[in-house]
Design a protein around this ligand. Structure first.
Ligand code: ADP
Ligand code: MG
Length: 700
């Protein structure tokens, strides 16, 4: 018989084509296997029935036997509520539903005065115990739910179509009957023994039908371990493959370009962190094996010069480099910055962005192909297939989280042998996450700012303090400083969002009038040429104030700018606030960041603002961000998809994470090919797992 795990869900008893369609569209359940992997997200304690007299407020959900004695609707429109009185021999409580449908109303009415079981979480309101949105069941419909009752995540639409929790339980029972015996073990006996893991079959059974808390916990541990284990195994193998198989070019020489620049043209001393990172890169490039390195460094830590020196290493060995940035403005800034350095040693560099003229484009293409260009800087335009290099040896990608995986793949194909790859990011990523996300990359960290930088002073001000803030800006501007005033932009395509910005711009120009002051404005809907013009005016110091949306978020470098005012700061995420603040504090002057907010802040917004005021340390900020938002939301994790765990949680399951990592490492060391018979089941599962994830795993 064929493997029933792969049977389309519509063939499950009680499902059929209509429900199957809903299950697929709403919950991504296509096959029996997907249903099995649709784990409960919580459990209701059904080990006993409570009487109403026994009820206090509990942290878990409970079940009570009794009957509804009355049912009434109160309120109008959106405030309409349905309230039922529910009694047993010992007392009565209220059941409350908001937003009820006629269908529900009819159903409840039919149940009046009949014995029922309710389950839900009791709460106290107006000194009365009540249950909000309890689930209701007739006693005779009770099935295999004596122990801990699983509750499945669901969508409103699916519920409307009749797929409620009850139906889920029934489906799980049905599917288990058919597939239970087909659940194959995918860990070795040894791993199960050492890490005290229950069998895979038992784990799946008990995650859906636990008889006790203990069984449930064993099931959870096993399934979480498995998820982390295969992730680690995959990362381990990626790393090994990267190390073993991909031959790039060995940059053996440190030649004239590098030495001349390093000894005669560096305009400052490198920090120790920069030197250390350069050594790491150098050691890596000297070998033929392809470099895949992530260069992490907080904003202002000086990644650009490291990138440039790395390009010189390539040039000394006869290779071209490219640097790819996420936006035109950033590409331009990199270009101008690098050109200044490149000119010192007669190094050829060009800029290629989407807005380049056709003739310029043609010249650049030519020079790239005949090898007279050493460096190409640009945006996505760089990776178009038309752009060909004579001998690309190094690709540097700035702020990689803005680039899709497919774009990185294109880079890979630009040369007969893959170029060395250096990914720069200013987004500090907590250690555990970095390991997980970039397990296939080597990591270099610049953890030191250039000497003489004064820490930025950050303060929180309310809208009512705006005048004082303006006065403060005026004082600083009168001393020769420059200021950014940034407005949030929720949707780049929304015209409405510009209203705040333009209102702000108007009041600022009134407060800072010509001819004594000049104000620039930059936002995402301007033409690139206009944006550029305004940016350049600010960069050259012709304007003192830059009013902008978050287009200036990353990379822009104006050392004379010492004030960053962030309007509606509560609307920004932590990493974005940190990025924005990083635009100042780049010169020798004391810099300031002012976070403007409304009067009312919710708890997380308060925590974000407070964190910003307390620390400048990007890694610390990233930790708080992770804590507040969960790993799935930290910058850079969304696109990757690799943190879409079914059951494991990076934050709360650290011990299991570490155990699984040890297990994977030990296995790869002992049996790298997974060729031992006892590891056959791992190998089989891993190949399938890998095929699914290969999309991201192969790249960079
Ligand atoms: P980021 O890491 O954010 O890309 P940049 O490379 O733009 O930082 O550097 C920020 C500023 O610091 C630039 O003006 C750069 O010239 C300067 N800088 C970089 N390294 C040093 C150093 N070792 N000493 C002094 N200034 C430096
Ligand atoms: Mg930068």
């Amino acid at each position: 018989m064929s493997n029933p795990l792969l049977t389309p869900i519509e063939y499950l008893k009680g499902v059929g084509p209509k429900r199957a369609e809903v299950l697929t569209a709403e919950l991504g359940i296509f096959r029996f296997r997907d249903l099995l992997y649709h784990f409960p997200f919580r459990y209701v304690d059904r080990t006993k029935y409570y009487t109403i007299a026994e009820i206090q407020t509990f942290s878990t959900e409970i079940q009570v036997k009794g009957k509804m004695t009355s049912l009434r609707e109160i309120g109008e429109g959106k405030k309409k509520r349905l309230i039922a009185t529910f009694q047993d021999k010992t007392g009565s409580v209220e059941l409350i539903w908001f937003r009820t449908t006629k269908w529900q109303m009819d159903k409840f009415r039919a149940l009046l005065q009949k014995p029922i079981i309710i389950y839900g979480k009791p709460t106290i309101f107006n000194q009365k115990i009540n249950f909000t949105h309890p689930e209701i069941e007739e006693p005779d419909s009770e099935k295999a739910t004596k122990g801990l009752l699983p509750v499945y995540s669901n969508t409103e639409l699916a519920q409307k179509k009749g797929i409620n929790n009850r139906v889920f339980q029934t489906m799980q029972l049905e599917v288990w009957k058919l597939v239970g015996n087909y659940i194959k073990e995918n860990l070795s006996e040894q791993i199960c023994r050492v890490y005290q893991l229950t069998s895979r079959k038992k784990a799946f059974q008990h995650i859906h039908f636990p008889n006790s808390v203990r069984e449930l916990e064993e099931a959870q541990k096993r399934l979480k371990f498995e998820e982390f284990f295969y992730l680690h195994l995959s990362l381990q193998t990626q790393k090994a493959i990267g190390k073993r198989n991909f031959r790039s070019h060995a940059f053996k020489e440190l030649g004239t370009y590098f030495n001349d620049f390093y000894f005669n043209h560096l305009s400052f001393n490198l920090t120790n962190a920069q030197k250390r990172v350069l050594k790491e890169i150098r050691a890596n490039l000297a070998k033929e094996q392809q470099m895949n390195r992530l260069l992490q460094g907080d904003v202002g830590s000086g990644k650009t010069i490291v990138a440039f020196l790395t390009m010189l290493m390539a040039a000394d060995n006869g290779f071209q480099s490219l640097l790819m940035a996420p936006t035109e403005i950033l590409a331009q800034q990199h270009y101008y910055g690098l050109k200044e350095e490149a000119d010192k040693i007669g190094f050829k560099i060009a800029l290629l962005t989407g807005s380049a003229k056709t003739t310029d484009r043609r010249i650049i293409h030519e020079q790239l192909e005949n090898g007279s260009l050493d460096i190409l800087v640009g945006t996505h335009a760089l990776i178009e297939d038309k752009v060909r290099f004579k001998n690309l040896g190094l690709a540097i990608v700035d702020e990689q989280h803005r680039f899709g995986v497919a774009q990185r793949a294109k880079l890979w194909r630009k040369a007969t042998r893959p170029p060395h790859i250096l990914i720069m990011t200013a987004t500090p990523i907590p250690r555990t996450l970095a390991m997980t996300l970039y397990g296939d990359l080597d990591i270099s960290i610049i953890d030191e700012l250039p000497a003489g930088r004064k820490p930025i002073k950050t303060v929180h001000r309310r809208d009512k303090d705006r005048l004082a803030v303006f006065n403060f800006i005026k004082n600083e501007v009168n001393k020769g400083r420059q200021a950014y005033i940034v407005y949030p932009l929720i949707d780049e395509s929304e015209k409405m969002d510009y209203k705040d910005l333009m209102d702000g711009y108007e009041s600022i120009t009134r407060y800072f009038p010509l001819p004594d002051y000049a104000v620039s404005v930059v936002h995402g809907q301007m033409k690139p040429a206009d944006k550029d013009f305004e940016m350049q005016r600010f960069v050259k110091g012709e304007t003192q104030i830059m009013v902008a949306t978050t287009v200036i978020e990353v990379g822009v470098n104006v050392p004379n700018a010492s004030i960053m005012v962030i309007e509606s700061a509560e609307k920004f995420g932590l990493s974005q606030l940190h990025q924005l603040r990083g635009r100042v504090g780049r010169g020798a002057e004391q810099s300031y960041c002012v976070l403007m907010t409304g009067n009312k802040l919710n708890e997380t917004a308060q925590r974000r603002i407070q964190t910003m005021c307390e620390t400048n340390d990007g890694f610390r900020i990233a930790e708080v961000d992770l804590e507040l938002r969960g790993p799935g939301n930290v910058m850079g994790t969304q696109q990757s998809g690799i943190l879409d765990f079914k059951i494991a949680d990076l934050q709360t399951d650290k011990p299991i994470f570490t155990a699984a990592k040890n297990a994977a490492e030990t296995l790869v060391t002992k049996d790298p090919q997974l060729s031992q018979p006892e590891n056959a089941s791992i190998k089989e599962f891993f190949i399938a797992y890998h095929q699914k994830k290969l999309g991201w795993a192969h790249i960079s």
